[in-house]
Structure formats: C-alpha cells, structure tokens
Design a binder for this molecule. Structure first.
Ligand SMILES: NC(=O)c1ccc[n+]([C@@H]2O[C@H](COP(=O)([O-])OP(=O)(O)OC[C@H]3O[C@@H](n4cnc5c(N)ncnc54)[C@H](O)[C@@H]3O)[C@@H](O)[C@H]2O)c1
Ligand SMILES: O=C(O)C(=O)C[C@]1(C(=O)O)C=C[C@@H](O)C=C1
Length: 379
C-alpha cells in the first residue's frame, strides 16, 4: 500500500522501543509490510539495535512496547535523553496499564496517545476482531495519521481516558487473571489426588473446560505481563481485597454448614448478583455458554478432516463440499478455525465413513481445492 503521510507531508519513520519483544516484532511486521513504513528499533536484547539517542534523532513516531513494570521509567529516560528534539514527534505505547505510561509520555514535549490492544499479538495480519483502548492524551498535528493507523489496524477501538481504562481493566483482566492464577495454584495442590488433569478431563464440564483454557493460556504466557497487571494497575489492591473477602465469606459459610448459611450464600452470591446482571444479560451469557459447549463437543469429535483452502475465493467451500457429496459422506459439523500457527482452515466433523479415510484425503487433494492438514477416523 502507499504509506500514509504524517504532518510533515511524508511517511513517518516509526521507532519501536522493545522491538525484539512479542508485540514489538508483530508491530514491526505490521508497520513495514502492511503500512509500507520504515521501522527502526531499540532493544537491549538485540546486540545490533540502534541506540536510544540515534533512534530519537531518526524517528517521527516512537512506540514503547516494553515490560509493564519498567515502561514508565524507560519513557522517562527517553524523555530526558530527547531533551526537546521530541517536540513534533508522536509518542505511543502499548502497555496493558495506561495511567503511569501516559503520564510519563506527557512529561515529554511529544504528542501522546496510549494504546492497549486487548489480545496477545495475533497470528493474523491486523487486530481485526479484537478491541483496542485508545487514550488520546495530547494529539494535535498527528490526528489524521493516528486515525489512519487505527483504521489500518482494524481493531474495535474504544476511546477512553487512562484512569477509566485502568479501573475497567482491573476487572476485565486483573480479576479474571487473579481468579485463574488462584485456580492454577489450587489445582496443582489438590488435583493430583483426583486423577490429575487427565482424570478431571474425563469428568469435564463445559465450565471446567472453559476455565482450564483460560488458566492454561495464562500459564503459557509471559509472567511479566500477568504480574505487571496485578502489581502495576493501581486499582488491583482494592479488587483483590474484595475477591479475598468474598472467597473468605464463602469459605466461612460452607464451614458453618447451617441452613441459614446456605440461604445467605444463595442470596449474596447468586440471587443478588443475578438481579444486578439482569435477565437479558443472563440469557445471553447462558446462550454463549451453551454455544461454547456445542463447540467443545464438535472439536472433541475424533472423526474429522481439517482442510486448508489456499484459494481464498468465492465457491471454494462449495467445491470442497462437492467431494463429500460425491463420496456419500454426511457431515457432523463444520467450523472455520485456525491451527496453532494461525493457518485458516475448515474443520469438518464426519459421520461414519463409507470409504477409507485415505480415499477421502486423496479425493480432497485431487480435487485441487484444498490441502488436508489433519484427518482422523476416531481414536
Ligand atoms: N503480549 C501480550 O499479550 C500483550 C497484549 C497487549 C499489550 N501488551 C503490552 O505490550 C508491551 C510489550 O509486551 P510483550 O508481550 O511484547 O513483552 P516482551 O517481554 O515480549 O517484550 C518486551 C521487550 O522489551 C525489551 N526491553 C526491556 N527493557 C528495555 C529497554 N530499557 N529499552 C528497550 N527495550 C527494552 C525486552 O528486551 C523485550 O524484548 C507490554 O507493555 C504489554 O503490557 C502485551
Ligand atoms: O493471551 C491472550 O490472547 C490475551 O488476551 C492476553 C491478555 C489477557 O489475557 O487479558 C494479556 C495481556 C494484554 O494486556 C491483553 C490481553
């Protein structure tokens, strides 16, 4: 694409501080390949990256994509080093908390916006389908370019001030992460005597499987992010105090064991919150839960074929389905999904096969429309 000009009527040079990190690498790729911009970077993890001074001299836009805990101090050190040459630049950050980093950026003379993509760097080219918080703290000449960047990122952007962001994210992220980190700690103490994770999986519920997915995702992520969100969001101490108090109240009521305690738990933990959620939200949540259950059941099905359709064109799915019709194969389910490395495919659950699995695989590939990524005929 033709790069979008900045306020100086030329495409800006974008510098990424933390360019070797997960988001730094994703953003480098996005800005250079998708937006056609020149991207430079600094990261102590890279022996040959530019020095902070050189980077500040060459950059029009600086993006801080550094560990949550260190970001305010890193921004302040860049502001001290810049010593005025940043006037006219645009400074952005991607930190999962917004108050402290935005405050530190406002200590410079640059124009400032805080961003927070609400997802790990995706395996897709843009942030389409994800939310992103946008804190326009001091935007003047860079308004049009920033708008173009956000449009190209394709996220669902929510304009918010840093304080409101952190207050909300203490519940959206902090509370969710805290409860699942607690689940992880409890599971690893108590699950061994209950058959371990495989034993629990054998007795799974939809809720257990959903929660395990969240817990496992957190445990497989970067600990600096999950500790940063607990320790560096100023609203977390109050949230954790409420969480601990509610858990203690439930524990004490169950230990009490009386009918009165049972009634009190039903009222305080279920009926009062249910009234607060409201009927329409509860109905939507229940429906979501049931759909996740159907999805889990379909994905659990061990008779399936996963097909990648390289030609992203109208009609290729119909051509693929023709093969099944020709072979007299009934489909149990069909889902568009992505492999762990991000490849888009259709996962097709199958009723009992009237032909050998290998014949189906060959027929799909011979039709020249799809590549079989995986195929199973039961366990
Ligand atoms: N990964 C996610 O899920 C995610 C999602 C949304 C927002 N974020 C935010 O993006 C930021 C980066 O996260 P990440 O996942 O890329 O982390 P990361 O740990 O993969 O990357 C951070 C990078 O910063 C570098 N760094 C450390 N000190 C530095 C310094 N003084 N100067 C320059 N670079 C330095 C590190 O070497 C590392 O390469 C964080 O603030 C995080 O909150 C991350
Ligand atoms: O792993 C994911 O995809 C995430 O959503 C990561 C997650 C989260 O768990 O809230 C973690 C930190 C970021 O600030 C945004 C999102």
């Amino acid at each position: 694409m033709t790069p979008v000009n900045g306020p100086d009527a030329r495409p800006p040079v974008v510098a990424i501080v933390g360019c070797a990190g997960a988001y730094g690498r994703w953003l480098t790729c996005f800005l250079s390949e998708r937006m056609g911009l020149q991207v430079i970077g600094h990261d102590p993890a890279l022996a040959d990256s530019l020095s902070p001074r050189t980077l500040l001299q060459r950059a029009d836009v600086v993006v801080f994509s550094t560990p949550i805990r260190d970001t305010p101090a890193i921004i302040e050190s860049f502001a001290r080093l810049a010593d005025g040459i940043e006037a006219g630049q645009l400074w952005l950050d991607l930190t999962s908390v917004k108050q402290a980093p935005v405050q530190s950026m406002l200590g410079s003379r640059a124009e400032v916006a805080g961003l927070h993509p609400m997802a790990a760097p995706p395996k897709t080219v843009t942030l389409k389908g994800h939310t992103m918080a946008v804190c326009r703290a001091r935007i003047l000449r860079w308004q049009a370019w920033l708008d173009a960047l956000l449009e190209e990122l394709q996220a669902d952007c929510v304009e918010i001030d840093p304080q409101a962001h952190d207050r909300a994210m203490a519940l959206v992220q902090g509370l969710v992460h805290a409860t699942h980190m607690v689940q992880a700690k409890v599971l690893c103490v108590l699950a061994a005597d209950a058959g371990g994770l495989p034993g629990l999986h054998g007795l799974r519920t939809t809720g257990h499987q959903l929660d395990l997915a969240v817990t496992g995702r957190i445990l497989s992520g970067n600990p600096a992010i999950y500790t940063g969100i607990q320790f560096d969001n100023p609203h977390m101490p109050a949230v954790l105090a409420r969480l601990a108090a509610a858990a203690a109240e439930l524990r004490d009521a169950v230990a009490d064991g009386s009918s009165d305690a049972r009634t009190a738990v039903a009222e305080r933990f279920l009926q009062v919150p249910a009234a607060w959620f409201g009927d329409s939200v509860l109905a939507a949540c229940s429906h979501d839960f049931e759909r996740m259950g159907y999805l889990q059941a379909d994905l659990q099905d061990r008779r399936f074929i996963s097909v990648y359709l390289p030609q992203d064109r109208p009609g290729s799915l119909r051509a693929l389905l023709d093969v099944f019709e020709r072979l007299g194969i009934n489909l149990a389910s069909i889902h568009s999904s992505r492999t762990p490395d991000g490849k888009l495919h259709f996962r097709i659950g199958l009723d009992r096969l009237p032909v050998a699995l290998e014949s189906l695989r060959a027929a799909v590939e011979d039709a020249g429309i799809g590549l079989v990524l995986d195929a199973r005929d039961g366990d």
